[in-house]
Design a protein around this ligand. Structure first.
Ligand SMILES: Nc1ncnc2c1ncn2[C@@H]1O[C@H](COP(=O)(O)OP(=O)(O)OP(=O)(O)O)[C@@H](O)[C@H]1O
Ligand SMILES: [Mg+2]
Length: 402
């Protein structure tokens, strides 16, 4: 408008203030447009980050409640990879795709409505073609999800390997195993790359199929329409208008198929997250835990306790063990390595439940008490001392932050 005004009326000195006003308006519009784009980017991306931050905290909180038996089989690096890599994959799908999906659904529906309004007959053709396009897209989406899941799994394997080796870097260097370990890690990373490439290939193929099918159907509609124009049952103008709307609709559908690819890829990662969230702790507090006596006395009894670790189900770590510790007594348990001394403490802390037998603390069966209440009463100096990456003060007060 400003340009027309300027060209039509503008080139005379008397109108110069008029021109200035129009151009000021244009600058304001530019500012508004820029602000709208910037804030939509800000809000959409922040939404994605927010969602992922919440998922991360939830997954971590859940992981801390899982029983030691879960960690006997799961690798810590694997779990960290879920917290970091899988959530990142989900993030890219959350914010950006939501806004693209919304915009294109509205655009697509509008275009289809206008198509039906312009030519019901040709629209019928287009609508009949939709399942032919959409059903294979759904199938391809599944394959993308499976492949992306595999890619995340192999990436997690590589991460788990790295974190294990870095955790034991002194042993690694003492045995001068750097070359071997680096080689192992490189092949793990290569495997992750191959899996990711296969997932990306599946997604590219989905894009190829979507674009090809969508635009071929536009061409098909044009062909049918042009026959109607030749027969004189359709005006060329109507066909032109219809074609314009179908290009809009096709563009929207194309964008939606991209969204579908993105969502399928994120679904593979989300699957790994929901799996870990669905993991139930093997040791759970009973619905109505029996309270331990208000003042701890320190009576412990093991009554014919037998227990095998889940990782070694055919070898009992503790077999038919019975003993009593009276309040005030100091008892040392000695035995050769592997005799089951640490296992006794794990059972007492209720990290595991024995298959047979009963363990009582102050007259309460540990199975009937809240594990947190039991652990609160037990202080432990472990065999392998853990030093957390925090200050000396934080390390000393780990058991009692207050
Ligand atoms: N998490 C586990 N999964 C499977 N088997 C385990 C696990 N922890 C210990 N074991 C096995 O259970 C047996 C008892 O182990 P435990 O750690 O209680 O021995 P220990 O008496 O504390 O030995 P050490 O003096 O070396 O500390 C051993 O044969 C050990 O290999
Ligand atoms: Mg031990």
């Amino acid at each position: 408008l400003a340009v027309r005004r300027m060209i039509d009326h503008g080139f005379s000195a008397s109108n110069s203030s008029f021109i200035a006003e129009y151009f000021a308006m244009l600058v304001v519009m530019a500012a508004l447009l820029a602000a709208a784009s910037a804030s939509s980017y800000y809000f959409v991306i922040t939404l994605g980050e927010r969602v992922v931050a919440d998922i991360r905290s939830d997954v971590f909180r859940h992981v801390t409640t899982l029983s030691p038996s879960f960690f006997d089989t799961a690798q810590s690096g694997e779990i960290v990879s879920r917290l970091a890599a899988d959530t990142t994959q989900v993030k890219s799908a959350v914010g950006a795709t939501a806004s693209v999906a919304l915009r294109n659904v509205i655009l697509g529906l509008g275009a289809v409505a206008m198509m039906v309004f312009t030519s019901p007959k040709l629209s019928g053709l287009v609508i009949a073609a939709i399942p032919v396009i959409v059903l294979p897209l759904v199938a391809f989406g599944r394959s993308v999800r499976r492949k992306s899941r595999l890619a995340q799994d192999t990436l997690a394997d590589a991460t788990a390997y790295a974190s294990e080796q870095i955790g034991a870097v002194r042993t690694l260097q003492a045995f001068t195993n750097e070359k071997l370990v680096t080689g192992h890690f490189s092949s793990a990373v290569e495997a992750a790359f191959e899996a990711a490439r296969s997932s990306i290939f599946a997604r590219s193929f989905l894009t190829f199929f979507a674009i090809f099918m969508i635009f071929s159907s536009v061409v098909a509609v044009l062909w049918f329409g042009s026959r109607d124009v030749l027969d004189g049952t359709l005006s060329p103008g109507t066909l032109g208008q219809f074609l314009l709307y179908s290009v809009f609709a096709a563009g929207a559908l194309g964008a939606l198929s991209e969204v579908w690819g993105e969502l399928s890829q994120a679904a593979g990662a989300a699957e790994r997250l929901t799996e870990i969230l669905a993991e139930k702790p093997a040791i759970e507090a009973p619905a109505h835990p029996k309270p331990l006596p208000a003042t701890a006395r320190g009576a412990i009894s093991f009554d014919d306790v037998s227990f095998c670790y889940p990782a070694g189900p055919d070898r009992a770590a503790v077999h038919g063990l019975s003993f009593q510790v009276k309040p005030g007594e100091t008892v040392a348990i000695v035995g050769p390595s592997g005799a089951g001394k640490s296992t006794v403490f794990s059972l007492l802390l209720r990290f595991y439940d024995p298959e047979i037998g009963k363990i009582m603390i102050d007259g309460v069966n540990v199975r009937e008490a809240d594990p947190a209440a039991i652990r609160e009463r037990i202080a432990i100096v472990p065999q392998d001392v853990t030093i957390f990456a925090a200050s000396a003060r934080d390390n000393i007060s780990f058991g009692r932050p207050d």
